[in-house]
Ligand binder design. Structure first.
Ligand code: TYM
Length: 327
C-alpha cells in the first residue's frame, strides 16, 4: 500500500502557488493509501518569525487542510513539533548527508547566497536533513510537492541509498510526485520569479478577499501582442495565467490555450478571475467556519497520537540499525 506524506511550512501567508502546487492535490491521495499531512512548524523557525505569527500561521494551515477536503478519517493531520521523533531521527540522519550536498540546494542558494555566513542559521542550511527525516519516519512512498521541493526529495533518496547500503534495507525509498500542471506558479508582477510567501504585490494570498484577488489578476503583467497564445518563453505572463486557469479548472494547459486562443488579454484575465472566485469563495467560507469552530484542534491532537505510533516504530528501527542500545 502507498504511504503518502507532505507538509506546508507556516512561515507566512499561504499563496495560490501553495494551493495549486500542493494543497489542492492532497485530498486526491487520500484514497490511494495511508496519508500523512502535517504542518512543518519546526521548519518555520529556520528564518526569523514572531511567535504569534507562527501560532496563527499554523492554525491557518490546519484550517486550510480541512477546508481543502482532507478527511481526518483518511488522513493523519498533525503538527511536526508534536512528534518528537522528527528531531530524534534528524539527529541521526544528519550524519549521512554532506556539506557539499546541502550547499548545492537551490532553495538554500536562493535564500542565503547574499547573506554572510555569520548570519545564516544552521537550521536553514540543514533544512533538507529535517525534511528527509520527516519523509522517512512515515515510510512514505509518495511525496506530493511543487517543483521547488523536488530537489529536497531527491536528496532524501540519496540518503536512503547511502544508509541502506551501510545497514541493510532499513529505510523506505520515497519519490516526489509533482503535478503535471501548476507545479511552479510564478509571480503576477514578475513571471520570471516564483510566487512565494514573502509579501509581494505579485502574489495572491489565500486569505485575500475576492476583490483583491481580482485586482491582482487584472493587473498581472502580460506580454507583447494583443491576444492569447501559449508561448512559455515569449509570453511568460500569459503562460502563467493559463497555468493558473488550467490548474483551477482541472484541465491541461493545451486545453486552456485552445479555449482562450485569440482572446484579448482583458477578457482572458476576467475569465481567470472568475475561475478563481469559483474555487476560492467556497474554500474561504469553509476555512472561516473551521477557524471559528476550532474543530482543527481535536483533529491535530488525534493526528499526533497516530503519527507518534508510526514515527516511533521507524525511529526504533533506525536506532537499532546504527547500534544505539535500546534498553
Ligand atoms: P513550502 O511551505 O515552501 O510550500 C508548500 C508546498 O507548496 C509548493 N509551492 C508551490 N507550488 C507551485 N508554485 C509555487 N509558486 C509554489 N510555492 C510553493 C511547494 O513545492 C510545497 O509542496 N520544505 C517544505 C515543507 C516540508 C515538506 C516536508 C514537504 C517539510 N517537510 C516533507 C514534503 C515532505 C516547504 O517548505 O514547503
Amino acid at each position: 500500500m502507498e504511504r503518502i506524506l507532505s507538509a506546508i511550512k507556516p512561515t507566512g501567508k499561504l499563496t495560490l502557488g501553495n494551493y495549486i502546487g500542493a494543497l489542492s492535490h492532497f485530498k486526491d491521495f487520500q484514497d490511494q493509501g495511508e496519508s500523512f499531512i502535517f504542518i512543518a512548524d519546526l521548519h518555520a523557525l529556520t528564518l526569523p518569525i514572531e511567535p504569534e505569527d507562527l501560532r496563527n500561521n499554523s492554525r491557518d494551515i490546519a484550517a486550510f487542510y480541512l477546508a481543502s477536503g482532507l478527511d481526518p478519517k483518511k488522513t493523519t493531520m498533525f503538527l511536526q513539533s508534536s512528534v518528537s521523533a522528527h528531531a530524534e531521527l534528524n539527529a541521526i540522519v544528519q550524519n549521512y548527508l554532506y556539506m557539499g550536498e546541502l550547499k548545492r540546494m537551490t532553495q538554500f542558494k536562493d535564500k542565503c547566497s547574499k547573506m554572510a555566513d555569520t548570519a545564516i542559521g544552521m537550521g536553514i542550511f540543514a533544512y533538507p536533513v529535517l525534511m528527509a527525516a520527516d519523509i522517512l519516519l512515515y515510510e512514505a512512498t509518495e511525496v506530493p510537492v511543487g517543483e521547488d521541493q523536488a530537489q529536497h526529495v531527491e536528496l532524501c533518496r540519496d540518503l536512503v541509498r547511502r544508509f541502506n547500503h551501510r545497514y541493510g534495507e532499513i529505510l523506505k525509498m520515497p519519490k516526489a510526485v509533482v503535478p503535471k500542471v501548476g507545479a511552479r506558479i510564478m509571480s503576477l508582477t514578475d513571471p520570471s520569479k516564483k510566487m512565494s510567501k514573502s509579501d509581494q504585490k505579485g502574489d495572491i494570498f489565500l486569505l485575500d478577499d475576492p476583490k483583491t484577488m481580482r485586482k491582482k489578476i487584472m493587473s498581472a503583467k502580460t506580454d507583447m501582442g494583443p491576444t492569447v497564445t501559449d508561448d512559455p518563453v515569449g509570453k511568460p505572463g500569459i503562460h502563467n495565467l493559463l497555468n493558473i486557469y488550467a490548474s483551477l479548472d482541472g484541465t491541461t494547459i493545451e486545453e486552456a490555450a485552445k479555449r482562450f486562443e485569440g482572446f484579448r488579454y482583458g477578457e482572458f484575465k476576467k475569465a481567470v478571475a472568475d475561475k478563481l472566485d469559483e474555487v476560492m469563495i467556497p474554500f474561504r467560507a469553509r476555512y472561516d467556519q473551521i477557524i471559528a469552530d476550532k474543530s482543527y484542534i481535536e483533529v491535530l491532537r488525534q493526528g499526533a497520537e497516530r503519527a507518534r505510533e508510526v514515527a516511533n516504530k521507524t525511529l526504533r528501527k533506525v536506532q537499532e540499525a546504527v547500534g544505539l542500545l535500546l534498553i
